[in-house]
Design a binder for this molecule. Structure first.
Ligand code: B12
Ligand code: SF4
Length: 447
């Protein structure tokens, strides 16, 4: 059987080898690859919801835009396809079905983005809908990249990640100055050079791709002139992979009076010139530690040092910059005092920087990562089926205990309580644990 990487390579929609160079597939090549009717030129791209369709805006007033679908749509539009995005977090299935029914004679295919979790079962619904109207269902997205051989059984064709050079056409979704319902999240790059063993980037060979400074600024300028937006979030896995480029982007943003509400970087990349460029333009920096214990940090190959985290936290406090730092509890191979080490570390970070926010998650095995493989070697292989990964998310529930076989059910529900308390204490702007507890007690959240 061909490996996942070979299958992805074989079916990749947009990259075709051309005398050793990469070039974008033309419309004719897309027609050939997917066996499409060349007369049909409408593509429906569906971003499934993990909640009931159309309900997300009631829960969160601001949503991450459907960037995956927008990226695919931008490619297809450039090749003459009219692309329509249905984001099922804000739309109902009846609306999607009605659109398909009214336009089925023009629809070339229905494309769906699939992440691990509830998105998987939603994607299955989309295939049924496509079949009802005799249309092709095409899947892409991070889960498809990890398990192409499972995905292909659930649809008609699959496609790997696409080249990533141009900005997105934001007129495909409703945008507004107030960033409702969508935040202005710009991806300037994808991928990361580090090799943390738990990270989704290690599940498959995701290449680093970075856009030019000009293309990024052009996209921001467009959002500014169309909607008056001056504040942007940067969605990159690691914005500082290519420091010179990131510094150029930040300096040009400063010149234009733009700000970055949040960006993510790996601790190692925050050198003097990066910190200088961040000053006065970035409001929140996320540099995650993932663990408060050097032994775990070494085991997961995270390129961080706890001492440097403290220094950075202090520097950012002086610059009035907020910090968010993700940490994971419940690692396989974790020592029992990890919890205490997190309390100790986050207490000191909060004391140094009242704008420090710690976000604590339960470790959950993600499909295909080296750490999941290690877990499987020790605790047994997870079923290699489409259905198994439907419940996968970072919350602890009856449905998700199966992704942490090194802990009993009881231990996991105990862990859930600790996470709850920790998040209440550190995910806010109070300076000390005592001060936070006082406040929460008064507000009856914490007993
Ligand atoms: C925004 C986001 C979310 C948003 C979803 C927003 C949305 N679109 O609806 C929310 C907050 C809801 C979310 C939730 C979760 N997420 Co999330 N999320 C992301 C994030 C940060 C950005 C996604 C993105 O826009 N990427 C940028 C685009 C350009 O890249 P892309 O998605 O890979 O798309 C490319 C290709 O995949 C392909 N492609 C994509 N779709 C399609 C469709 C077609 C038809 C084709 C042809 C090609 C194609 O082309 C695109 C361009 O190259 C990613 C991390 C990341 N940096 O990617 C995690 C990520 C996708 N999430 C992940 C996870 C684990 C989760 C959660 C399970 C976490 C949790 N809370 O418990 C939940 C899922 C909940 C559930 N049970 O269903 C993992 C997925 C791992 C995997 N192998 O599937 C990721 C990769 C990060 C991680 N932590 O490891 N997430
Ligand atoms: S530094 Fe972050 S994005 Fe990079 S491999 Fe590690 S966890 Fe993944």
């Amino acid at each position: 059987m061909a490996s996942s990487a070979e299958i992805v390579e074989k079916i990749n929609l947009d990259i075709v080898k051309h005398k050793g160079e990469k070039k974008m597939a033309s419309r004719a090549e897309i027609v050939e690859k997917f066996n499409l009717d060349p007369r049909k030129n409408v593509v429906v791209l569906v971003n499934p919801s993990e909640n009931e369709a159309g309900e997300d805006t009631k829960i969160w007033p601001q949503l991450h835009p459907p960037v995956s679908a927008m990226t695919v749509a931008s490619h297809l539009i450039a090749r003459g396809y009219q692309s329509v995005i249905f984001d099922m977090r804000v739309k109902k299935y009846q609306e999607l079905e009605l659109f398909i029914e009214n336009n089925s004679s023009d629809i070339a295919f229905i494309g769906t983005t699939v992440f691990v979790g509830a998105f998987i079962s939603e994607a299955r619904k989309i295939t049924s809908l496509a079949r009802k109207f005799g249309l092709q269902s095409v899947f892409g997205g991070p889960f498809v990249d990890v398990f192409p051989e499972l995905a292909i059984n659930e649809c008609d064709s699959i496609s790997g990640p696409m080249p990533f050079e141009e900005g997105l056409d934001w007129s495909m979704i409703p945008m507004s100055k107030y960033q409702k319902p969508y935040l202005a999240v710009i991806f300037t790059s994808v991928g990361c050079p580090y090799r943390c063993t738990f990270c989704y980037l290690q599940s498959y060979n995701k290449k680093i791709q970075a856009r030019t400074t000009e293309s990024v600024l052009q996209e921001m300028d467009q959002l500014n002139s169309d909607y008056g937006i001056t504040e942007f979030q940067i969605g990159d896995d690691n914005f500082f992979t290519f420091k010179k480029r990131s510094i150029e982007i930040l300096n040009s943003m400063k010149d234009r009076g733009y700000t970055v509400i949040k960006c993510i970087g790996a601790q190692q990349d925050f050198n003097e010139s990066v910190i200088e460029a961040i000053d006065g333009v970035v409001k929140t920096v996320n540099f995650s530690l993932e663990a408060a214990d050097e032994a775990i940090i070494k085991k997961i190959r995270k390129p961080v040092k706890l001492g440097k985290a403290m220094e950075l936290n202090k520097r950012f406090a002086q610059m009035d910059i907020s910090i968010t730092n993700n940490i994971i509890l419940g690692w396989p191979f974790e020592s029992p005092d990890h919890k205490d080490k997190i309390y100790e570390l986050f207490d000191s970070m909060k004391k140094e920087n009242p704008r420090f926010r710690g976000l604590i998650y339960a470790y959950t095995s993600l499909p295909g990562t080296p750490l999941t493989e290690e877990v499987e070697n020790k605790f047994g292989v997870f079923p290699n089926t489409w259905d198994f990964w439907i419940d996968c998310n970072f919350q602890i529930s009856e449905q998700t205990v199966k992704y942490r076989p090194w802990l009993t059910h009881e231990e996991q529900f105990e862990l859930a309580k600790v996470l709850d308390d920790m998040n209440r204490i550190y995910d806010n702007n109070y300076v000390s644990r005592d001060q936070t507890k006082e406040f929460l007690k008064e507000n009856l959240y914490l007993t």
